[in-house]
Write a protein that binds this ligand. Structure first.
Ligand SMILES: NC(=O)C1=CN([C@@H]2O[C@H](COP(=O)(O)OP(=O)(O)OC[C@H]3O[C@@H](n4cnc5c(N)ncnc54)[C@H](O)[C@@H]3O)[C@@H](O)[C@H]2O)C=CC1
Ligand SMILES: Nc1nc(O)c(N)c(N[C@@H]2O[C@H](COP(=O)(O)O)[C@@H](O)[C@H]2O)n1
Length: 268
């Protein structure tokens, strides 16, 4: 893939970030995870009540689409799927340059709330997107109905268990369980089983929190950290306190290869 990328600032930036990592991934033969999102200077990824914001400049949006083209699958949470109705495709790459292989859309949707007429399913039905993979964890009769409706609409479903919150203080366990957060290690293990070698995680805030929580901690099944690469787009704007942000901080552990890149008006 990398060899077919044209000379442009977005591609140069991505090649500089990923060239060493792909060698690592090949050697380790494991799933590589990129966590990436756009934020304001004051750390917000969306406006009040989750209002979708265009934080990336055009150069940075193009970089994001090139980055999508370098991954086998793109993951978002159901909050983002319902709020933004994203396509998670590579349509901003000019047609002659756009790689033929499309990334697989993946949604973490504990209670199977995805709309059957969302763009992800519409694109699949129209032949312009891969079948979305939905990870869920519900066994109620209503969930059974939703399963059938989503399968009929074109989704592929994977049942996984939820995080049990065993590392949390006792007072936080109940709200955590009620939130129904799927086990990230189980989701990643299933994606690996399905031959996904590279995963790009785009958000939203709860999903970013989950991946930051696990970023520098080994999964149950392996020794490597879950997140291999973190790319944050920082837009020169302020959203304010009522905006939506992530709440989990970054670990103090030393990071290797930290570096900035400027594309258009945004820093990465
Ligand atoms: N600026 C950016 O780059 C991006 C911004 N966004 C924004 O994020 C907002 C949506 O964020 P949220 O409402 O927090 O929704 P989200 O997209 O993070 O989805 C959260 C939901 O996913 C489900 N889920 C299942 N397993 C989970 C797990 N292990 N960890 C976390 N969630 C899990 C739960 O039902 C949870 O409520 C929107 O306003 C959207 O515009 C979304 C993506 C990127
Ligand atoms: N890179 C980036 N910059 C922003 O300013 C954004 N708001 C986002 N949002 C993410 O992109 C999804 C929309 O994807 P499509 O354009 O529909 O393919 C949105 O759901 C967020 O995940 N990203």
């Amino acid at each position: 893939m990398a060899s077919s990328m044209p000379n442009c600032s977005a591609c140069d930036f991505l090649l500089s970030v990923f060239s060493s990592r792909s060698r690592d991934g090949e050697e380790r033969n494991t799933l590589s995870v990129t966590l990436t999102f756009a934020q304001s200077l004051d750390g917000k990824i969306a406006g009040k009540d989750g209002k979708q914001l265009l934080l990336s400049c055009p150069e940075s949006m193009l970089m994001t689409h090139w980055m999508r083209s370098m991954h086998d699958a793109i993951l978002v949470g159901i909050g983002t799927a319902l709020n933004d109705n994203p396509q998670l495709n590579t349509r901003l790459i000019p047609e002659g340059l756009r790689p033929a292989n499309l990334p697989r859309p993946v949604v973490l949707d504990t209670h199977l709330r995805l709309c059957i007429d969302c763009k992800l399913l519409n694109n699949f039905r129209q032949g312009t997107g891969l079948q979305p993979w939905i990870f869920y964890s519900s066994d109620s009769p209503e969930a059974r109905e939703r399963q059938l409706a989503l399968i009929e609409a074109g989704a592929v479903l994977f049942g996984v268990s939820c995080e049990d919150g065993k590392d949390l203080p006792i007072s936080s366990v109940l709200p955590y369980i009620l939130a129904g957060l799927l086990s990230i290690s189980h989701v990643l293990a299933e994606l690996s089983k399905q031959n996904i070698k590279s995963l790009m995680v785009e958000g939203g805030s709860a999903v970013i929190n989950s991946f930051l929580k696990y970023a520098y901690k080994p999964c149950d099944s392996g020794d490597s950290p879950v997140v291999d690469t973190l790319i944050t787009t920082i837009a020169p704007t302020l959203v304010g306190d009522d905006g939506t942000g992530y709440t989990v901080g970054f670990s103090e552990k030393k990071h290797s290869d930290v570096g900035p890149g400027l594309l258009g008006s945004t820093l990465h």
